[in-house]
Design a protein around this ligand. Sequence first.
Ligand code: NAD
Length: 647
Amino acid sequence: MTAETTEISIRREGRAGRITLTRPKALNALSHAMCLAIEAALLDWLDDPEVALVLIDAEGERAFCAGGDITAMYDEGRRGAYEGARQFWRDEYRMNALLAEYPKPIAAFAQGFTMGGGVGLAGHVSHRIVGDSTQIAMPECGIGLVPDVGGSLLLARAPGRLGEYLGLTAARMGPGDALHCGFADHYIPETAWETLKTTLAETGDPEAIAAAARPAPESPLATQQAEIDALFSGERLIDIVNALKASETEFAAAALKALSRNAPLSMAVTLEMLHRHRAGSLDIRKALALEYRFTHRALPEGDFLEGVRAQVIDKDRAPKWQHALDAVPLAAAAKMLQPVRDAELAFHDLSAQETHAMKIGFIGLGNMGGPMAQNLAKAGHDVTGFDTQTVTLDGVATAASATEAARDADVVITMLPNGEILKSVAAEVIPAMKAGAVFLDCSTVDVDSARAVAADAAAAGLLPLDAPVSGGTGGAQAGTLTFMVGGDAAGFETAKPLFDIMGSKSVHCGASGNGQAAKICNNMILGVTMIATCEAFALADKLGLDRQAMFDVVSTSSGQSWSMNTYCPAPGIGPKSPADNDYKPGFAADLMLKDLRLARAAAEGADADTPMGQAAMALYARFVEEEDGAGRDFSAMLPRFEARGRG
Ligand code: NAD
């Protein structure tokens, strides 16, 4: 395919598909049309046997690409029209993921300014080349955005706290820093680039890149790493600001000055994104999806329009941000990262080329198991399911029995109601499973049942894992569950790609049963804090304290918890939660009662004193079994308390 526009040149040259940005006067700023043209070319070349590799470069000496073209977004946004910007970002991010996941080699030659959207083009491909003029940065916080185009992933992967430093200050990286921070792979003097491109187009062999590479220039950031790690390790923006203020070095003063220019809300969200990426399994799609939650809201709710006005339109460099540097409410940042309904990102499915397909038997296809099995099938795995109820799911083959689903499977997954059922299913399928296969139970069951099943599976030469989940049915559908995993490391490694499909985080907690132990302890805390939050709201009501004021104080003070900040039980307050949907369950009170009973059984078995867990269990038992709690969300404790006095 050959396409020439004034903004971009797309053509075939020898064995190479070539993409050249041709807007040097605009520092090759990336427009929506350019994103779509790049995507179309990449898709075209995917199955073209003549194209062995792709080269991306740009005209002009000053910039490879200094960012996205944001003026059109600003004009529309000022008129209250947000969809154009959102569509641009969705299309751009899909193209970024395609670059990152492309099955053929892609070499990007990034001279001069390579910022924002430019990092999305040059930062994820297989061969990232920099030269002496390269200046890479993620300056989005300066215009009220957050590092996007997958940049948050690169920042999260940078050594130590360099990601926080680069994201918050928008500091520029020369070639040595870019290599040190993981934004580039090869330093090649720019005088050698044209010859290299010719060789690559002639041979189609990317080997020539490594051969042309020279030793990395020095990285100033590497020498400042210890100081940066100390200054930027704070949990929240305010912690970092305080650390910078307390330090007397010139470096800290310069960093503080940089922070004082940028949008506080954007910086607080950037920090939160980096922390979330590091806690979970890092991958480009999850990074882009998290970034999009912010950019989707950036115009109506963020500081983006004000940032563009001050930096690009009026150029007064005096933006009026929504929050002060030392006063971004925790809830404001959390709100910008809430899931976006009806506008999730879509990505190209390259799984046929990429996935090492496993044969999976999936037993228990209920509210949780059904969507989990479907997500595995969608990702290219060969899934056969069984349930005692008749369940049919797109993409999932149906077996006539649990044994049939388990036979010859590389991994058998169970998602069942309780420990008794798990034990009976395990007794049936373990003898039918092939040696070395993984027996992966994701149900929430008692620790003793989990350990008994694991012992039987191990004795039969299998790799047992107990991996209960949190995240509810919404997480099961969206593939964003958290897995708490007990069992040995080899089993965990085998199952890890499956956790990454069904969830966004998996934590290996140690030996068999420890996954269940982690889940039970977590949910005991959750039950207790939800009750505490609900009773405090009911008390606040009776003392005449406004619920919004109560939320604003507690969600940023020492009484904060997930129950208050993310899943607020008061309707109309805080982020959207089941309270806003008449307490229809996200997480049903019945299931909370089940988990609290498991906690009690575990505490009895281990002789642990858990008075708060006991009290929470007794309250949920009364709520579900004697009052109107059955079938309602577990946060419906609030209307229960509201209606009562002390008697
Ligand atoms: P569910 O009742 O919707 O699904 C369980 C499925 O197992 C049902 O379809 C049932 O027919 C099937 N089943 C029962 N006995 C079987 C057998 N012998 N062989 C094959 N299939 C059998 O329950 P769910 O909400 O999907 O929960 C499953 C597990 O996940 C539970 O352990 C639960 O505690 C846990 N969990 C649920 C949530 C949630 O929000 N629903 C959240 C976290 C964890």
